[in-house]
Ligand binder design. Structure first.
Ligand code: PMP
Length: 345
């Protein structure tokens, strides 16, 4: 069933076979197959194209089989690959909740694929029936993000499952922020849904935005198509080593950070709600929250003058006069709140 959704040229594609793909055999000590510099600089060898050691570590932490993991240069690579594998430019379309993370639409435009937006309700929740009603026989992907960016809330699990079960194409659930939520991650239910792809990232809870490492979890069949299309050495060796180290030695620090951020989120949201300039703080299950304020543009500029940068979401659909605020350190959050307490319209 999945193969019938894949673009014909991708199904027929004979992928590039790198030197490191071709040699997989007995232990060897002389590598003169890849035109590398033979003098050891620690970085003179190409990295493992399929990142097998790192995937074994991720499999354990994320409880997903290694063959169901794709790794890329940020989740943004996984987003782009999802289009390139499944969507025929100018023929197919995708459906997504609105508002949501902007890269789904940018990648649709880059790939010349129609992007259909389905508005969330006033609680920033989605209705499965609305998403399904926006689909036609050329809809290949549905994008859902939970917790959603920029709104911060978990989407109803019941509605998400209804979409996965009711749609004949691929459903993508971006769980970039799921470490900050109490909802059970959907990646743990991969074996139930052959049409599900879940994205995760090292950029948020794991504190590794700089290394650019994104994950997609899906059936081994879907991951096989991603591997066929990706650049041969898409994750560099520095990133692979750092991520393996984080998973093996820094997970307790990561858990501590997540708990600190969740605690601080409650404190900051409560204090923010008390500010005279605050009209509404929306519920959050992420490491940021969305707040409606009296005048987002003016408050944004006021904060910039003080050297404090938040995300102005004023021009995003349904987010008029909204600022998106990431939970910082205690000191950073105090600076933000102190500055806003003396703001004069
Ligand atoms: N998904 C969502 C929902 C995001 O908000 C972001 C980053 N803002 C990403 C994915 C991108 O993550 P990465 O750094 O892994 O490309």
């Amino acid at each position: 069933m999945i193969s019938s959704l894949v673009r014909q040229n991708i199904k027929q594609l004979k992928p590039y076979s790198s030197a490191r793909d071709e040699y997989k055999g007995k232990k060897a000590s002389v590598f003169i197959d890849a035109n590398e510099n033979p003098f050891g600089t620690l970085l003179n060898r190409y990295p493992d194209p399929l990142q097998e050691e790192l995937k074994r570590a991720i499999a354990e932490v994320k409880q997903v089989p290694a063959e169901c993991i794709f790794l890329g240069n940020g989740s943004d690579e996984a987003i782009d690959l999802s289009y390139r594998v499944f969507c025929e430019p100018r023929v197919d379309n995708v459906v997504a909740i609105d508002p949501t993370y902007g890269m789904y639409e940018v990648c649709a435009n880059i790939n010349d694929v129609e992007y259909r937006k389905v508005a969330l309700d006033e609680h920033f929740q989605m209705k499965a029936d609305d998403l399904l009603a926006a689909c036609d026989s050329h809809t290949k992907l549905i994008f859902i993000c939970s917790p959603n960016n920029p709104t911060g809330n978990d989407l109803s699990r019941e509605e998400i499952v209804k979409v996965i079960e009711g749609f004949k194409g691929i459903v993508i659930v971006d769980e970039a922020y799921s470490d900050f939520s109490t909802q059970r991650p959907l990646r743990l239910d991969l074996d139930k849904y052959e049409n599900l792809i879940v994205y995760n990232t090292f950029s948020k809870a794991y504190g590794c935005a700089a290394i650019r490492l994104g994950m997609a979890f899906a059936s081994a069949e879907i991951i096989g198509y991603f591997n066929k299309v990706k650049y041969p050495y898409n994750v560099n060796v520095l990133t692979q080593h750092k991520a393996t180290e984080v998973l093996s030695t820094e997970m307790s620090k990561t858990c501590k950070h997540i708990n600190l951020i969740i605690d601080e989120r409650a404190t900051v949201m409560e204090a923010f709600a008390q500010l005279p300039l605050c009209e509404r703080v929306y519920p959050s299950n992420a490491n940021f929250f969305l707040a409606k304020v009296t005048d987002a543009n003016s408050i944004y500029n006021y904060l910039v003058d003080k050297g404090i940068i938040v995300r102005n979401r004023n021009s995003v659909n349904m987010c008029g006069n909204c600022l998106r605020i990431t939970i910082g350190t205690k000191e950073e959050n105090t600076q933000l709140l102190s500055a806003l307490r003396v703001y004069k319209p």
